[in-house]
Ligand binder design. Sequence first.
Ligand code: SAM
Length: 202
Amino acid sequence: MDLPGFAFERQDESADALFYSAPRLVVHIDDATIAALTQFYGETLTAGADVLDLMSSWVSHLPTQPPLGRVAGLGMNAQELAANPVLQDSVVHDLNADSRLPYDDESFDFVVNAVSVQYLTRPFEVFADIARVLRPGGISIVAMSHRCFPTKAIRFFHAASATERCHLVQQYHVRDEAFSKSRVVDRSPAGADPLWIVMGRR
Ligand SMILES: C[S@@+](CC[C@H](N)C(=O)[O-])C[C@H]1O[C@@H](n2cnc3c(N)ncnc32)[C@H](O)[C@@H]1O
């Protein structure tokens, strides 16, 4: 896929810490779409798995079954992360300023990213590091819909179709061989915000 030079630029290039300084204790997709995501996680996550919720906030949409191991969260606002009932540990970390994840190699079985991948300006570096913190055979799950904070989303996401966005996020996983394979699953509920899920296996 040829990417135009402006692909990863944003209307608002000021520091992300400014934009995310105030907590937003809101949801970003319809209830039915959240339910579809939780259902998908329930079918895909494994009992006892250690999970990193990347670009996390006060909700992670994770299921109660299967029971999970460690659930860690990384996001931009300490109050949002502190309000999240499923996180056992959390860190405020700007991935656009520092793409290296503050976790040891092979720490997690799953890394999930819900409705936030469009805000990454250095995604290939971030996904290479997601592969580093995943255990062999570990899985990246990126859930996408069609809403966003427009000034903070990369220009490619404004210009592209849903199919093109999914293809780009597949490229985040496989272009530099960080992941062995990637696939797209459409779990959009009828009459609600769409839900496209891109997965990559380490
Ligand atoms: C639309 S919210 C989604 C939050 C949560 N994942 C959910 O499903 O409700 C976008 C999230 O991306 C995170 N985020 C945005 N820019 C980020 C950055 N540069 N580094 C790390 N996280 C970022 C913010 O903390 C924010 O919580």
